[in-house]
Design a protein around this ligand. Sequence first.
Ligand code: NAD
Ligand code: AHE
Ligand code: ZN
Length: 379
Amino acid sequence: TAGKTITCKAAVAWEAGKELEVTDVTVDPPQKGEVRIKIVATALCHTDKFTLSGDDPEGLFPCILGHEAAGIVESVGEGVTSVRPGDHVIPCYQAFCGECKMCKSGKTNLCGSVRQWTGKGVMAADSKSRFKCRGQDIYHFMGTSTFSEYTVVHEVSVAKVNEKAALDKVCLLGCGVATGLGAVLNTAKVEKGSTAAVFGLGTVGLACVDGLKDAGARRIIGVDTDVGKHQRARDWGCTDVVNPADHDKPIQEVLVDMTMEDGFGGVDYSFECVGNVKVMRAALECTHKGWGQSVVIGVAGSGQEIATRPFQLVTGRVWRGTAFGGYRSRVDVPVLVERYMKGEFKVDEYVTHKLKLSEINQAFQLLKEGGCLRCVLYM
Ligand code: NAD
Ligand code: AHE
Ligand code: ZN
């Protein structure tokens, strides 16, 4: 198949808010600096649902969504040296080239090499798509487009991983699980003995909880409006779980009261894993005066803005955000896979449902119903 256009099944999102169509698409051969991957398994992340809803200002249609996957390299384009056909890989929506201003800074995991093209749904070599359906160009999504049997990605976005790792599990390290762990371990750098609050107890929030346990946090307060999420959060390691609806006071005041010690309340660290700007405010304001840090992980819709009294920052609280948990994709994802294989953190436990690519609309429905953490699709 190398060098030839492949016809395969993919889930095409024709329009915002509409069901996907699983149909035949063509996937062009990888050009210079590109890799064509046979996807083995892909999960759905809430960001896929968010973009499909039409709320993502970068959302382009028609497109092929999907960014939490694992697969096998089918062929490589000119000049590709870091992977070869047969390699087991995780496509990463955040690239790492190691050579751009951003990568060289050592201060961020955001790579500048291909982001301007991935945001426009095309490949960097020629600003074109490699997908067509019934003669029409279909946009790429997040530089990954994993809801397809085959996809083309930039070499700088491909992490080569241990071929003994189960691809239908490590796909979760392509987004949600890595993001939550990294938010705690890389972005916040939580110290042993810290107190923390996690808002939103889906996959990203639970991965924060797992990271907090790893970091040795002494108190982990989970917050979720869906009580169906509470017991699992305790099982993951939350010391307390709170439903905002059980309280008359704003949730930030509830958390400050819960953590009162020597006359001062507030958690050392908080993590927003919902994507709601009001929750982001509460997450900042529940942190401790003088040193509290709040990490925004959730993605909020077009036009949404965060607000707080500047006094919250003047008095020492820090508001920050994280993309992919601060991990430098190509470098760190293979290490995460090794650590997972040694049993250092949970991954399998987030897979609550398994379906086929052809059942993808049912999988999106599951995400809306709340009982689902991750649904893994087999191609
Ligand atoms: P999810 O839907 O599984 O989890 C969200 C949880 O928030 C649910 O359990 C829901 O019940 C809860 N929730 C809803 N409203 C709430 C409220 N007002 N207060 C408390 N809890 C509330 O989603 P997920 O896949 O875990 O993703 C979480 C968020 O993180 C999404 O916004 C997603 O787009 C974003 N995300 C960001 C990154 C990143 O790199 N920054 C990576 C992955 C996901
Ligand atoms: N496209 C949106 C923002 C979406 C967003 O913030 N995405 C997160 C990853 S979510 C993964 O599930 C991210 O890492 N962003 C950094 C980046 O480079 O995209 C918008 O508002 O335009
Ligand atoms: Zn995601």
